[in-house]
Design a protein around this ligand. Structure first.
Ligand SMILES: Nc1ncnc2c1ncn2[C@@H]1O[C@H](COP(=O)(O)OP(=O)(O)O)[C@@H](O)[C@H]1O
Ligand SMILES: [Mg+2]
Length: 371
């Protein structure tokens, strides 16, 4: 699939702008603060229905305006799709091929994107929350209904935490927690089930990807470090029971500290390079390459599940990668539409890429540039 066309009205620093893209590479070149990431954000917004930079849609509305509108035309097989999203002070409207969606989540899957930005470069290096966010977002791409599991889990977790504090402060009965524990275990088991299945696939694909990117020099290992003992268990009921037992065991401590110390919200991925913990001992270059392998294998994962490659968005990362990885990217992403932002085209890019367009981005104006 690829994004053929975008129209933005009052989106960030774009007043009214439309662009046709290339099905292969699209380089967006410009100085800082000209609107490169804003365009990436608009594409991401069309795919996911929210920004990757802010939770507040209003921030995306051009200053001194009262609405924004973005439209993207996606080419996929022989059934092109037009996605339109409008936001004003009353809320958000999403239309696919002119028909308004009843549920916002129905947007997912119409345009799939994989975003790799400086934030994702930290995937290996930073704390577990980065990796949890990564797996959860990936699973949603492949299985949109995971969104509901995740948001229900988080709602229940918030309620359980509030109750823990209340029990601690006001001496309420502990067994009022029973109903929350049960629900938390139900949704938690589903999360673990999906995370486990996903990580198994991810681990195989990213090991292959990493071998390619490092020309066979490094072996990447990814392991799901769950809060329960999974082993070969595929049984939701059994996972649920393990969770429930642990929640009960931790209950007194949880009341003391006013927070839930156990569950999938505390899990992590263990990432190793040649058998050694990449987070603790990997060099910055190794950590970045491992992050790149993980994100690129997502392209294959989505392709495997949906039959279509997603669109790859590389925001501000080209210059952070060494020449070998840059060359790899430019030469090996056949059949994938790629958006790359940078302040200048590197020698490698100029020399190696063959199919694509170069755009200049200057104060919210995008123009096609010849190189
Ligand atoms: N809601 C908005 N309305 C108008 N301009 C905005 C809005 N939000 C951000 N901007 C402007 O967008 C520019 C940043 O664009 P961005 O795409 O992040 O830059 P870059 O080209 O460096 O990626 C800044 O000049 C900022 O002032
Ligand atoms: Mg930027």
């Amino acid at each position: 699939m690829y994004l053929d066309f975008i129209k933005m009205v009052n989106f960030r620093n774009y007043r009214q702008h439309q662009v046709y893209f290339h099905p292969a590479f699209n380089f967006l070149v410009g100085n800082n603060a000209q609107g490169k990431t804003n365009l990436i954000e608009a594409i991401y917004y069309l795919a996911v229905g929210k920004s990757h930079r802010t939770k507040t849609d209003r921030e995306l509305i051009r200053w001194n305006s009262d609405f924004f509108y973005v439209r993207g035309d996606v080419k996929v097989g022989d059934s092109p799709k037009s996605i339109e999203i409008g936001v004003n002070k009353n809320g958000k409207i999403i239309r696919i091929n002119g028909i308004e969606l009843k549920k916002k989540e129905e947007l997912l899957g119409n345009l799939s994107v994989v975003l790799f930005s400086p934030e994702e470069l930290k995937l290996v290096k930073e704390g577990p929350s980065y990796r949890r966010k990564f797996i959860d977002e990936e699973i949603i791409q492949i299985k949109p209904s995971y969104f509901y599991i995740l948001s229900n889990y988080n709602k229940i977790l918030t309620q359980r935490n509030a109750l823990l504090k209340e029990i601690g402060l006001r001496n309420r009965k502990k067994d009022t927690l029973d109903v929350w524990d049960k629900q938390l275990a139900q949704y938690g088991a589903k999360m673990i089930f999906h995370r486990n299945a996903f990580t198994k696939k991810l681990s195989i694909l990213s090991r292959l990807m990493h071998r390619k990117i490092t020309s066979g020099g490094e072996e990447l290992g990814i392991k799901y470090s769950s809060c329960i003992e999974i082993g070969d268990c595929q049984d939701l009921k059994e996972m649920e029971e393990q969770l429930l037992t642990n929640l009960k065991n931790k209950r007194d401590d949880d009341i003391k500290f006013g927070t839930s110390s156990f569950g999938p919200h505390r899990e992590d991925l263990e990432i190793s390079i040649n058998g050694i913990d990449a987070r603790k001992f990997g060099s910055q270059g190794q950590q970045r390459t491992a992050a790149l392998s993980m994100k690129l294998s997502e392209l294959e994962l989505v392709k495997g599940e949906t039959g279509e490659y997603p669109v790859l968005l590389l925001d501000d990362v080209m210059s952070e990668l060494d020449p070998l990885r840059q060359t790899y990217l430019v030469e090996n992403l056949q059949n994938v539409q790629v958006f790359v932002t940078c302040t200048a085209l590197s020698g490698i890019i100029k020399k190696r890429f063959t199919e694509g367009k170069v755009f200049g981005v200057d104060s919210g104006i995008i123009t096609v540039v010849d190189i």
